[in-house]
Each structure stands twice: as C-alpha cells, then as structure tokens.
Ligand binder design. Structure first.
Ligand SMILES: [Zn+2]
Length: 60
C-alpha cells in the first residue's frame, strides 16, 4: 500500500506567469493590522507563512 499524497496548496500571481505549490500542513496564516499593511492593501493583510524550502515555484 502506498502512502497517500499530502494535499497541496496552490496559487499563482495575478497574470498567471508564476505559480506555486506547498504542502497544506506547512502553511500558517499571519494577519497584520499595522498601518503600512492597511495603507497598501486598503484593509488588514493576511499572508501564508511557510519555510521557503517547502515552496515549489513554476514560471518566470
Ligand atoms: Zn503590517
């Protein structure tokens, strides 16, 4: 019997030129309400935080 493949999180930039995948369990969500983030994004910001070695990038 083979081990089940862990689920992946996947996404891409707005134009689709760069895509990423990372193991679902590796990501934590950070939310920031600082003034800089609110000014840049128009509201608070939410980010995925994961070790860079677990991210696979595709594209230019
Ligand atoms: Zn911030």
């Amino acid at each position: 019997m083979t081990e089940p493949t862990p689920p992946l999180l996947a996404g891409h930039c707005h134009c689709g030129a760069v895509a990423f995948t990372l193991p679902d369990q590796s990501a934590g969500v950070l939310a920031c309400h600082c003034e800089d983030c609110r000014r840049r994004h128009g509201n608070f910001s939410a980010f995925l935080a994961t070790p860079i070695g677990e991210v696979t990038l595709q594209g230019d």
